[in-house]
Design a protein around this ligand. Structure first.
Ligand code: M6R
Length: 606
């Protein structure tokens, strides 16, 4: 995973690189390093720990250098340490490299280089890159040729930046790892994502996999892997810089929870139109194709997969097409019954999740039509899919996904209504009612957010429990899964989600005095059934919190009432209290909410 940033221009590079790293810390934060080119020499500073630690201790802080590269690491090969931190140098000390990704054949390359006399100082896969560059440079005496030969030897994924006294700029290569190039005036930027350099420019270029680039302060040259110069179109990104700041909130996660109404409004704008047909200009799917679709797959990971589970219910109910949801890392290795009449939808906030991208490639190879739903413009998944629908949630920085989740459900719900209109299988008045319900959701979330202080009290009760269960039926079970993931992820409390009816088939044995159980009921039809399951755990000593939109009172449990909507969309509302509970439990435990341990925002390894 890891974050990389590069700068060349007229300003001091150090503060720009450090700020970029701070913005990229969500991608990994166990060690950080920086390389500057100063007085004809490469200067390197690396520290174990967070970027702040590097900044506090680096002797490069006062450097006037105006060119450099930097890295924040999420360890894959080798423990977090300053030796394993990037940048890595080759044995001659001429090539400094930062790398995001995994070099799968690094052991083979290391053996080859060792036989040729190279020595290694770290346990990383990355260290083979600068040494291989040196090996080929000795032969070619031309950096670009040597760099291209190096990347052709690499198997796996990489975004690489190289700094050297042998040239004026920064060389770049990319394969299956995110990388953007930002163009300024007499200065240029390279980063793992847009927000890292958004305060300096809105003009961006997105390299294709296999491409290389040479970036100086006043030129950008792009090459394909045959070293032919290629044109890459410039894209203007109109994100507001404040969207990538905390904007007065204590944490990004809290800010992003509060941004959910706006995220949904922007995602639905122009797509859901009352008293008119939905508008999905992003995809060009005609009725003839859609009528022949016999199966829809939704494939994703983590929270995005939960959004897919909600999407399945809406799609099946509105289109009558069987919809299967699969975790991307499973989909890839399962037996696939896919053909040209299978529509595969891939959901990924970052658009860089390795398993989701691999699953998409597989579905395409088997002849399916593919749609990517992503939040990041130009991300890898959007370049692989036949069609892309963007969620317009704005940059999501906290590792725990919140506003992207509700935007993903909103997108897929709007898509289902659009399909239903094309297929003409549902009553128009019903669809019109659904559109209205969907457009009303943001206001209802605002109402839930008004009571956010109440969750602090619930969090106090929960913060020191050892086990927590989330239960619900149907879509409420999906909300249970997502709520449970949030609690595990940021509050480090063991929690599990179960279909409410399943508890008595085993897990109820774990319920004892003080166990926390959170129930979700947003469908009146199953109110009594799930209430009975909650009574069963209360009898065995559990403390119960119920999130519901039904009119229900019970003094044996804490009840959180949420506004009513169509049950298909209720997960968008029901998750909000659960996000807030997880958030305040993590705060109660004094944890770093935005950067939970062992995690990274985009999972670019398989
Ligand atoms: O970027 P993606 O949507 O593909 O990421 C998928 C998961 O890694 C992600 O949703 C993860 O589960 C979140 N950290 C959950 O909050």
């Amino acid at each position: 995973m890891c974050g990389i940033v590069g700068y060349t221009g007229k300003q001091k590079a150090y503060p720009i690189l450090i700020n970029g790293l701070k913005a990229l810390e969500y991608r990994g934060y166990d060690s950080a390093g920086i390389a500057l080119f100063e007085s004809g020499k490469l200067k390197i500073s690396k520290e174990k720990g967070r970027v702040k630690n590097l900044d506090d201790n680096s002797d490069l802080k006062s450097s006037n250098s105006s060119i450099g590269i930097a890295h924040t690491r999420w360890a894959t090969h080798g423990v977090p340490s300053s030796d394993n931190a990037h940048p890595h140098l080759d044995n001659s000390g001429n090539f400094a490299v930062v790398h995001n990704g995994i070099i799968e054949n690094y052991l083979e390359l290391k053996e080859f280089l060792s036989k040729n006399g190279y020595k290694f100082k770290s346990e990383t896969d990355t260290e083979v890159i600068p040494n291989l560059i040196h090996y080929y440079y000795e032969k070619e005496k031309d950096f670009l040729q040597a760099f291209n030969r190096t990347i052709k030897d690499l198997k796996g994924s990489y975004a690489i930046l190289v700094l050297s006294p042998l040239f004026d700029g920064i060389y770049v290569a990319k394969m299956n790892s995110p990388l953007v190039i930002g163009e300024g005036e007499d200065e240029n930027f390279i980063a793992s994502d847009i927000p890292a350099v958004l305060e300096y420019t809105k003009n961006f270029y997105f390299l294709n996999d296999g491409d290389l680039a040479y970036i100086t302060n006043n030129s950008l040259v792009f090459y394909n892997n045959d070293l032919k110069e290629v044109n890459i179109p410039k894209k203007v990104i109109d994100w507001d810089k404040n969207a990538a700041d905390k904007n007065g909130y204590e944490d990004f996660m809290l800010k992003e929870i509060f941004e959910q109404p706006r995220a949904i409004n922007e995602t639905l704008a122009g797509r859901i139109i009352l008293e008119d047909k939905c508008n999905f200009l992003d995809i060009n799917i005609d009725s003839k194709y859609l009528k022949n679709v016999n199966k829809i797959y939704i494939v994703a990971c983590g929270t995005a997969m939960h959004a897919g589970r909600v999407g399945k219910t809406v799609l099946e109910e509105l289109t009558d097409i069987v919809t299967i949801v699969d975790v991307a890392s499973e989909f890839r290795y399962n037996y696939q019954v896919i053909d040209k009449n299978t529509l595969c939808i891939f959901i990924s906030q970052s658009g860089e999740t390795a398993d989701t991208i691999a699953a998409l490639k597989l579905a395409k190879k088997n002849g399916a039509k593919t749609i990517a739903i992503s939040n990041v413009i130009g991300s890898s998944i959007t370049r692989e899919a036949d069609y892309t629908i963007y969620t317009h949630a704005g940059p999501e920085i906290a590792v725990a996904s919140t506003k992207a989740y509700v935007s993903q459900i909103s997108t897929i719900s709007a898509l289902a209504i659009y399909f239903a209109e094309i297929l003409q299988v549902k009553d128009i008045t019903y669809l019109e009612k659904l559109k209205k319900e969907l457009l009303d959701i943001p206001e209802k979330i605002d109402d839930i957010l008004k009571n956010s202080e109440n969750y602090k009290k619930i969090a106090k009760d929960i913060h020191n429990v050892k086990n927590c269960f989330y239960i619900g039926r149907g879509n409420d079970y999906t909300t249970a899964m997502e709520g449970s993931l949030k609690l595990k992820e940021i509050a480090y409390i063991h929690s599990e989600a179960y279909p409410a009816g399943e508890l008595k088939h085993g897990p109820i044995a774990l319920i004892e005095d003080g166990t926390s159980v959170i129930g979700i009921i947003t469908n009146k039809k199953i109110l009594e059934k799930t209430i009975s399951n909650l009574q069963e755990v209360i009898t065995r000593g559990a403390k119960v919190v119920l999130v519901t939109d039904c009119n229900y009172e019970n003094n044996d449990m804490i009840i959180i009432n949420i506004p009513k909507t169509n049950y298909l969309f209720a997960p968008i509302l029901a998750i909000v209290p659960l996000q807030l509970i997880a958030y305040y439990v993590a705060k109660e435990k004094n944890l770093d909410v935005d950067k939970p341990r062992n995690l990274a925002k985009s999972v670019t390894v398989e």
